[in-house]
Design a binder for this molecule. Sequence first.
Ligand SMILES: *[C@@H]1O[C@H](CO)[C@@H](O)[C@H](O)[C@H]1NC(C)=O
Ligand SMILES: *[C@@H]1O[C@H](CO)[C@@H](O)[C@H](O)[C@H]1NC(C)=O
Ligand SMILES: *[C@@H]1O[C@H](CO)[C@@H](O)[C@H](O)[C@H]1NC(C)=O
Length: 315
Amino acid sequence: MGAAAAVRHPLLSRRPRPGEFIAITIFSSLLITYFAYVSSWTNNTFASSSSSALVSHVPRMEGGNFVYPPVVFGHVHMTKTAGSEINGVLSQRFDRVCGHKGYSYDAHSVSERTGGGYENITDSIAKSHPGFHRARVPLSVMNEIGYHDCDWVSHEAPKHLWNELADQIRPWPLELHVPCREPIGHLMSQCNHLNRNFQCKDANLTKAVRSCLLDIGRYSDSMGLHENITVKCFDPIPIENYVKYMSHYLQPRRIAAPYVHIESNPRPRDKTKECIWNRPDSFKQEVLNIMMKIPYYRFCSRCMGSNDDLLAIKP
Ligand SMILES: *[C@@H]1O[C@H](CO)[C@@H](O)[C@H](O)[C@H]1NC(C)=O
Ligand SMILES: *[C@@H]1O[C@H](CO)[C@@H](O)[C@H](O)[C@H]1NC(C)=O
Ligand SMILES: *[C@@H]1O[C@H](CO)[C@@H](O)[C@H](O)[C@H]1NC(C)=O
């Protein structure tokens, strides 16, 4: 995973940790422009589709018994949002985690076998489905297992699957968690994953932005239209904040194992080679304007800092 972005998400209202003040000062002028931009956007178009808060911080335990969370959680794994780490860590620490990047029930053995290397896993899923294994579970296998015994499901899959999942877990509602990073840093991270250099000099900036997007359609505004699905957002980096949040709802495993990191970046990211960081704020703003035409980024900009932001500190 790339290092935490230097620029915080402009709309994130969580209190910054000490080291972050410097970054915030440096980029404050960008933030101000962006705030102005976003508030104009918000005033015009925002129609809240998911404002009904299904989840409140209920105690997990009651009289010594585990209390099921009031919803089943769905993690919409957007590319380059620390999703594999989040899935991996949750599956090691908590029960009934069902993810493309791993399940609770076999997580301990997976990390023992993995031992830091990932490509050579030869478990029974790898034998029947080349290119996959128990820490990268094929969708067909996930569907075959079913989702009836899941409190938290992570998919890197087409958006319509969430509707099918909502049917299967009835009468429990589904609460989708969409990770939102600071947008420009997220774009650069996708460019890097695709082994592409973002071309600041491209005469057609829209093309330059779009050529870096990776499975951006895993989010769709239509996901919030199902009557039993609500959609929330959160800042996924550092992942500990979200893991801590989920620890209020998920049941600790009897035997927890440390998560074995699996490298998913094809090449390390070198921010000094990314032209955009040396460009003036007006240029970054231009890139942001293009990004805000994409439903996922538009959703993030209106959700982060709102009541639907899981990690925002609420007054
Ligand atoms: C994976 O297997 C290949 C070929 O057997 C070997 O060269 C490589 O070192 C292995 N990788 C790990 C991380 O064990
Ligand atoms: C939503 O859940 C309720 C309660 O289980 C169910 O009656 C209803 O049919 C569900 N709606 C949809 C669209 O599946
Ligand atoms: C810029 O690129 C976009 C996306 O590839 C394309 O739709 C648009 O027509 C291009 N604009 C110009 C002026 O070439």
